[in-house]
Design a protein around this ligand. Structure first.
Ligand code: ATP
Ligand code: MG
Length: 455
């Protein structure tokens, strides 16, 4: 490090340098000392080091930078040697993870790649020392800028800064070729359109044409990669515009069931004022509301969602179209079963009905206004005296009924739990009084009501 705390200048880039905008200089000043220590060490070993990718883009946009990635000219094994606590997280592709306090920083050796035989990943990776080449292989101009930390300058050979200023997404090099090399860039392009509070960007003409002509290229991309980008798109603030554009450009048809160019009602539903309250998975479920369960299941399996994500969406899908009745008992059951998802379910039902969507499970005659009324009633619903947990357990029930352990005992316990919730019972004595009033000895236990929603 120099005496004023800045890292020693590292190897110089083979790309012209330009002054950083004021906000980028301020961001550089705010970087943790680990970043400077890392940069200094690489410089001491004769290497070059630059901040690259999303961090530079977000710093230029003036939005919070969530992680910092470096490009370095030292080979991965050399990096492992000089940073003994580094992890070889993607060493075959040149990436090692450097520890800095409780953070990790990814450092990737400059490389020259060629031959995208299958449209997914480069077949060959060769280490290089040219920053120019490294920036050239990046997807969009806004992602192809670099910062030299010690010299406090930027390298922007593809004029990403200008595109940041005019809100335009442009491919590095020839759009058609860059998109056909790696189909995932199609989804990345749509993801980067959504600029959050700053609205929606535009594609430059050449990129826009390339995306539409190559939409089918997505079929060659591994589904895990698609899902990661698609979920980010769904989570975006302006997802309605972005997804509508994807549908229009023929991109959704490559990985979702159905013909999306004609799904005007589904797409219009994404603009509903409740959408900002819903997470990406829920928005996805809404988009698929009119598909058959089997189609949804197949699509989610193909996209390789985790079991948790898949169950979440299938549960939502299975409940579409169902409503509680507007009685205290029915609303209490509904709340006890769905818990924190209850309010969201009613909001989804408002959206479905406001946009004439017909979930495959069927839908009742209630209008959006009827569901608003339910939502209001739900918000006024008082908490239960004893919460949602069952006030009695199996032993308690065995003592009082002389029943043996088994399915009938479980069903009776469930029935009592349901009555406890419906009637807001306060203690076990009240449950016992209800038990005495039930004709449980005379009926088939398979007919006993359960605590569930929908019925
Ligand atoms: P985020 O902030 O969401 O992480 P990011 O731009 O950092 O966005 P990453 O997937 O982390 O996205 O990729 C880091 C950088 O690697 C990108 O900025 C881009 O320069 C390059 N990159 C990533 N994926 C591709 C790709 N498929 N083709 C070309 N370059 C890519
Ligand atoms: Mg990133």
């Amino acid at each position: 490090m120099t005496s004023d705390g800045w890292p020693n200048p590292a190897l110089e880039a083979d790309v012209p340098a330009l002054e950083c905008p004021e906000n980028v200089l301020e961001w550089l000043d705010s970087l943790p000392k680990h970043v400077h220590e890392i940069a200094s060490k690489v410089a001491e070993h004769g290497g070059g080091i630059w901040i690259v990718g999303g961090a530079v883009r977000d710093a230029c946009l003036g939005i919070p930078v969530h992680d910092i990635d470096f490009a370095v000219s030292l080979e991965p094994q050399h990096m492992m040697d000089i940073f003994p606590d580094a992890l070889p997280t993607g060493i075959d592709y040149g990436t090692v993870s450097l520890r800095g306090g409780d953070q990790f920083y990814e450092a990737t050796t400059l490389r020259t790649e060629s031959h995208y035989g299958d449209g997914r990943r480069p077949e060959q990776v060769r280490w290089g020392i040219s920053l120019a080449e490294d920036l050239e292989r990046r997807d969009f101009t806004i992602n192809a800028m670099a910062i030299d930390i010690a010299r406090r300058v930027m390298h922007d050979p593809h004029h990403g800064l200008q595109d940041v200023e005019r809100g335009m997404l442009r491919a590095v090099g020839q759009a058609h070729r860059r998109i056909s090399e790696d189909g995932l860039r199609i989804l990345r392009a749509y993801r980067f359109l959504d600029r959050g509070k700053a609205g929606v960007w535009k594609f430059d003409f050449e990129l826009s044409e390339a995306l539409r002509q190559n939409a089918h290229m997505l079929k060659a991309v591994t589904h895990e990669r698609i899902w990661m980008e698609w979920l980010k798109i769904l989570d975006g603030k302006n997802m309605a515009q972005v997804v509508e554009k994807m549908a229009h450009d023929g991109v959704l048809d490559s990985f979702l069931p159905g013909e999306w160019g004609v799904q005007h009602l589904r797409l219009a539903a994404l603009y509903h004022p409740y959408i900002p309250d819903l997470n990406g998975l829920t928005r996805f479920a809404l988009l698929l509301s009119e598909c058959f369960s089997i189609e949804v299941e197949e699509a989610l399996l193909a996209l390789k969602l985790s079991n948790k994500e898949r169950t979440y969406i299938l549960d939502l899908h299975g409940r579409f179209g169902s409503l509680p009745e507007q009685s205290l008992s029915s609303m209490r059951i509904f709340r006890a079963v769905l818990e924190e998802h209850a309010e969201q379910h009613l909001k989804l039902e408002v959206i479905l009905r406001s946009h004439q969507l017909s979930p495959s499970m069927g839908i009742g005659n209630e209008t959006a206004d009827d569901v608003y009324a339910l939502l209001e009633a739900y918000e006024r619903l008082a908490p239960l005296k004893s919460g949602h947990e069952s006030l009695i357990d199996g032993h308690w029930l065995m003592e009082r009924t002389q029943m043996a352990k088994g399915p009938a005992l479980g069903r009776l316990k469930g029935w009592l739990h349901r009555l406890q919730i419906e009637r807001d019972l306060a203690n076990a004595d009240e449950v016992e009084a209800v038990l005495c009033s039930l004709h449980w000895t005379e009926e088939n236990h398979l007919d006993w009501p359960k605590l569930r929603f929908p019925e």
